[in-house]
Design a protein around this ligand. Sequence first.
Ligand code: ADP
Ligand code: MG
Length: 210
Amino acid sequence: MSVNGLRVIEIINKIGEVIEKNKLFLTELDAAIGDGDHGLNMSKGFNAVKEKLKDDNGNNIGNILKKTGMALVSNVGGASGPLYGTAFMKAAMVVNGKSEIDIKDFEKMLEAALDGIKMRGKAELNDKTMIDAIEPALNSLRSSIEKGLCPKEALKEAVDAAYKGVEHTKEIAARKGRASYLGERSIGHQDAGATSSTLILETIYKEIQG
Ligand code: ADP
Ligand code: MG
């Protein structure tokens, strides 16, 4: 099973729609332990992405992801813009020149994205950030592919792992980002960025399944 560039653009636009639908939810999560702008930030970013991709011919998936990352970096205020922007730009590099990608490419993209986020934000697992959703999702995807699971099943498992990661963020104190100012008082609340990452992964899974 492979996905072509035009389909990648459709999936990215769908991510934008899902972010838009969850704008208030993400903002409320961020308001509890941050400054309440995560939904707004993400919505603004993905609106800019949509505009930037509207005339793309879909021939180079690397280019599509690079444009996405650049639009996020330059239109999103807040920590999440540069972090998600870096994630998409790093993912772009591993599929540069490709007009079609498969699940193994996606594994490499997610790996590059996670490395980029860690490099940029200097956070690790259990710091209560988006990493707490993305890293378990990547680990799950890796072992599913090794076990020979079909792409849909592998993505489903990865989304489940990301949701578990989001649940785990409720139990830990933030050590990075604005929520870290609250320290122990951030316990009990789920991380906004881990939640948006999971929504992104879930959208990819649903689109692949559909
Ligand atoms: P800001 O915190 O600047 O207001 P957002 O509200 O858009 O930016 O994004 C907050 C989210 O960004 C957090 O919920 C967390 O998941 C993520 N985040 C913050 N700092 C880091 C970091 N250093 N590494 C990874 N993710 C981070
Ligand atoms: Mg915020």
